[in-house]
Design a protein around this ligand. Sequence first.
Ligand SMILES: *Cc1c(COP(=O)(O)O)cnc(C)c1O
Length: 397
Amino acid sequence: MTATPASPRPLLNRRLAEFGTTIFAEMSALAVRTGAINLGQGFPDTDGPEAVREAAVRALRDGRGNQYPPGPGVPELRTAIAAHQERRYGTALDPDREVLVTAGATEAIAASLLALVEPGDEVVAFEPYYDSYAACIAMAGGTRVPVTLRPHEGSFRLDLDELRAAITPRTRLLLINTPHNPTGTVLTRAELTAIAELAVERDLLVVTDEVYEHLTYGDAVHVPLATLPGMRERTVTIGSAGKTFSFTGWKVGWVTASPELVGAVRSAKQFLTYVSSGPFQYAVAEALALPDAYFEGFRADMTAKRDLLAAGLTDAGFEVFRPQGTYFITTDIRPLGFDDGFAFCRALPERCGVVAVPNAVFYDDREAGAPFVRFAFCKKDDVLAQAVERLKGVAAA
Ligand SMILES: *Cc1c(COP(=O)(O)O)cnc(C)c1O
């Protein structure tokens, strides 16, 4: 390869310049090079239900979805998504006008922001945030306005006054995520009610990322924002099969919203991927109709994994923020004698043979995120047990 000639103009445009590299690539490469256990990236190391995998094989063999499926998604899946929302939350949706299938939640987020945000609009989002939010707001020409979730009595909480203060006449939408990655916080009905009242009072749109809706632990209950008074007509709800059914490679996600909002999001979506995941859409339709026992079993399984890793991290000396939801545990490394999550994570594979992710990458305010480190627990029990064993020496080393 020849070197790129020196140019006064960088190749990557200004909107994306700050998002040049992701920490996941660096950390996963480090895991491979050192043979470390990778608790960095959030993907399960076991596939989802066999029956769902077989449903995908059947669809593929029967020639369902091998050619471009319909733009909004195959009718079987849109019907299954509507039935799922009705069964779980009592929300009646028209599968033809109020449901849109996307290439994972990732595309749903991108299409929603590209459709609804005008250059110069402000988008208020919780920090730390899922890594695609900042980039998608930037691609849409919006300005992100972070509201920082702060540690409070063992979990990261939203300061409603801070949220209120972040809203200006230029605010177009609130980008919400509950259960929240990376902190594991599940917003309470009271917090969501306050958010809803604010959205109605200031006439804001809300995009809410609820991909972990089935992964809540203990007493935590997932309340969809769209079910609160005044929210149905201003909320875009995003879901995904990846996390719920442990098939993150299939990239089947969806949007549910009013016909007007779905229409707007579809306008952007049709020029991103147009359609995706044909045969998998049929399989996910079957997955969504699985009996409650599947969802309860999955939650019980993940609760046990959370408890295993949380106990191990606590024993190793971390301060553990016990998650109420998601795949992740956020820890504070200061009790171990460290305060820089970046340096800690870069050294951890050599020191202990484990990979984790510094939460600072999910913050604009890097200082606020500096001492926090995220571990994924969506892994086999023996893998988690081995990671716990390796982490025992972390403070001493
Ligand atoms: C994993 C994840 C996504 C992406 O979901 P896909 O369906 O794989 O695109 C979106 N939001 C959050 C918070 C996630 O953790």
